[in-house]
Design a protein around this ligand. Structure first.
Ligand SMILES: C[S@@+](CC[C@H](N)C(=O)[O-])C[C@H]1O[C@@H](n2cnc3c(N)ncnc32)[C@H](O)[C@@H]1O
Length: 238
């Protein structure tokens, strides 16, 4: 695990583009070793029976007030370092979390003292969202949220996981910018892997409106977890 030097990360331009927007299949891991490590750490990807039992377990758990978490280092950083900062911050009350999944269900409870809204275009994922859940793409955030009304937007694991074209990202980042209040925070979590990096976020013009934010608990504006997911947290501020 290491920090990216901010001055370097600004200049890095890697032209890798292997995800085709028209290809709806999930991209394959770049090597069998990586696939193996991911599979070991993953729940819910163990074949038809394992998947069904996992789904049943999640449904029952959620119905009986349980929550599930994904065991990876980037989740630990998100849940144990990034979230607590906002849970305890008085300046950050209105939070939007984009993209819901079985392992984000518990985030609703983590932010139960905040005005916490979730968003996902897939209606089936509403089950993992907050009471205030929006079924839509992040590019349409303004249809549901007043301009300048949000303190923090988390866009974690969405770029390269559905939000796959630069045009869509232009619209999405611009919508986030308008919905955030001045000084509001914007976190993009993305995987620095060819199969999940359809474009470089720095290439998206609407991101240029934001300023880089040095996130206090991590003392950097970009934090890479150098494992099989190469998950990277990039922090911005309006
Ligand atoms: C890998 S999951 C990530 C979930 C979660 N945000 C996280 O922290 O891991 C990707 C989710 O993003 C959603 N998604 C894909 N494209 C989106 C878009 N344009 N706007 C909002 N959500 C999107 C998908 O439906 C899916 O549920």
């Amino acid at each position: 695990m290491h920090h990216i030097d901010e001055s370097v990360s600004h200049q890095t331009v890697i032209p890798a583009m292997t995800v085709q927007p028209s290809d709806s299949r999930p991209p394959a891991p770049s090597s069998p070793d990586i696939a193996q490590v991911r599979l070991k750490g993953m729940r819910g990807k163990r074949g038809v029976v394992g998947d069904s039992l996992h789904w049943l377990g999640v449904r029952l758990g959620i119905a009986y007030n349980g929550s599930f978490y994904y065991p990876s280092e980037d989740r630990s950083i998100l849940e144990c370092s990034i979230f607590p900062h906002y849970q305890l911050s008085r300046e950050h009350q209105r939070i939007v979390f984009v993209g819901t999944a079985w392992y984000t269900h518990g985030y609703t409870r983590m932010f139960s003292r905040k005005t916490y809204t979730t968003m996902d275009p897939n209606p089936a994922n509403a089950a993992y969202g907050a009471e205030q859940h929006i079924v839509d793409v992040v590019g349409n955030l303004e249809r549901h949220t007043a301009p300048g009304s949000v303190d923090v937007i988390f866009l974690n694991g969405v770029v390269g996981w559905g939000l796959n074209t630069r045009d869509e990202a232009e619209t999405a980042f611009a919508a986030c910018y308008r919905c955030l209040r001045k000084g509001g925070h914007f976190l993009i979590g993305w995987n620095d892997l060819p199969e999940h990096r359809p474009f470089r976020i720095e290439e998206v013009e609407s991101l240029g409106k934001f300023q880089r934010l040095v996130f206090p608990p991590l003392a950097t504006s970009e934090y890479l977890i150098d494992n099989e997911w190469r998950h990277t947290f990039s922090f911005f501020c309006k």
